[in-house]
Design a protein around this ligand. Structure first.
Ligand code: G3I
Length: 358
């Protein structure tokens, strides 16, 4: 039998070496003596990597030629999703004619930087070409299957997960389905048909359902919860639920974590997929501080749930956010400002990946 004292001694030496290593890593992390490496060592990406969580952003590949955009994209994120480039209008503008130029630019950026690629989105009522909207039911089902096969097949093995179905549920308290062209012409089964086609096209990708105003426990999120429970019971493939989290400052639902957890308890992953927190523009200092606290709430809720894969923000800089175009007079919703300066929300989020989580 080995001498336990020698073993204890070896353990002590190993521990000491680990402490010294950790100390060196911390010193580098704090920028002591290595200011050039300090930023990378303490980026959101490096901290999220260490926690095994995803920190993602919605990419417009056309912006990568901008130095500041590129630099932040490269250093701060470990996951990339196409803001528009993999949607139906971008990938199959005419029947059976697939165009992957923009989507492939996103995929190759992700691969080149060692980042995960998240697919968005296979079936959505918006950004849908007219030729699809005009099809009668049986043809629409066939077109939906063939679109999923074409796009998910093209990116097979490259994406970690797909938003297979986006925004399929109605707003308000009805708890019903959105009255989309898919719902009208195919009926309730259109969602499971989409998931089955996606599983066949890319068996390794996690298959998610994604929606907005589902961040707290409410009629819409409960409708999705019921769908996931039903799919699980019947063996319809589904692996994850995305909560978009397009939020308003001061209005993060208090039950966000409980909502994430109740989905996780069904046996699926969850993630915050499109986070931004808007406010009237120009932003006041008080609102920027409130926004920082809100971002902290959202990221903390995700990190507290072990099946929450991570958080994706819907862009990098306020300069290019979709919000002012859709909500005039509002914006400042992301964590870098119009001039790529990190906002209080950035500073609030960063330490969380260091302190919290599994
Ligand atoms: O590509 C055309 C271009 O050819 C044309 O010249 C230009 C003129 O307006 O429009 C361009 O298309 C725009 C497209 O973004 C690409 O820039 C559309 O008008 C514009 O409506 C579209 O907006 C996108 C929106 O989805 C569409 O509903 C936003 O960038 C994108 O951020 C937003 O993202 C959605 C998620 O996919 C789903 N969840 C909600 C989220 C915010 O709406």
């Amino acid at each position: 039998m080995r001498n336990p004292h020698h073993r204890a001694g070896r353990l002590r030496s190993a521990l000491l070496a680990a402490v010294l290593l950790a100390g060196t890593a911390l010193a580098v992390g704090l920028g002591v003596g290595r200011p050039d490496h300090a930023a990378a060592a303490t980026s959101l990406k490096s901290l999220a990597d260490a926690k095994g969580r995803d920190i993602g952003f919605a990419l417009d590949p056309g912006r990568l030629s901008e130095t500041a955009y590129r630099q932040i994209a490269d250093t701060e994120f470990n996951l990339v999703v196409a803001e528009n480039a993999m949607k139906w209008d971008a990938t199959e503008p005419s029947p059976g004619q697939f165009t992957f130029g923009q989507g492939d630019a996103v995929a190759s950026y992700a691969a080149g930087g060692g980042k995960k690629l998240y697919g968005h989105t296979l079936v959505w009522h918006s950004q849908l070409p007219n030729w699809v909207s005009n099809l009668p039911g049986p043809d629409l089902l066939q077109a939906m299957r063939s679109h999923i096969t074409g796009v998910a097949g093209h990116y097979r093995g490259k994406v970690v997960a797909w938003d297979v179905v986006n925004e399929a549920f109605a707003d308000g308290g009805s708890g019903g389905r959105r009255d989309s062209v898919f719902q009208q012409r195919i009926g309730d089964r259109w969602i499971e048909e989409a998931f089955r086609a996606a599983r066949a096209a890319d068996p390794a990708a996690k298959l998610c359902i994604n929606d907005y105003s589902t961040d707290g426990v409410n009629a819409k999120s409960t409708a999705i919860w019921n769908l996931v429970r039903d799919f699980k019971a019947r063996g319809v493939p589904i692996d994850c639920v995305g909560l978009q989290a397009h939020l308003i400052v001061g209005q993060v639902p208090g039950d966000l974590q409980a909502n994430l957890q109740r989905f996780a308890d069904l046996g699926v992953d969850v993630r915050i997929t499109e986070l931004d927190i808007r406010m009237p523009t120009p932003p006041s200092a008080a609102n920027l501080a409130a926004q920082a606290a809100d971002y902290k709430r959202v990221v903390t809720a995700c990190l507290a749930v072990s099946r929450c894969a991570g958080v994706t923000t819907w862009g990098i800089t306020d300069r290019y956010s979709w919000i002012p175009g859709v909500f005039p007079g509002q914006g400042a919703a992301l964590i870098w400002d119009d001039n790529y300066q990190p906002k209080p929300a950035y500073q609030a989020v960063k330490p969380l990946f260091h302190e919290l989580g599994r």
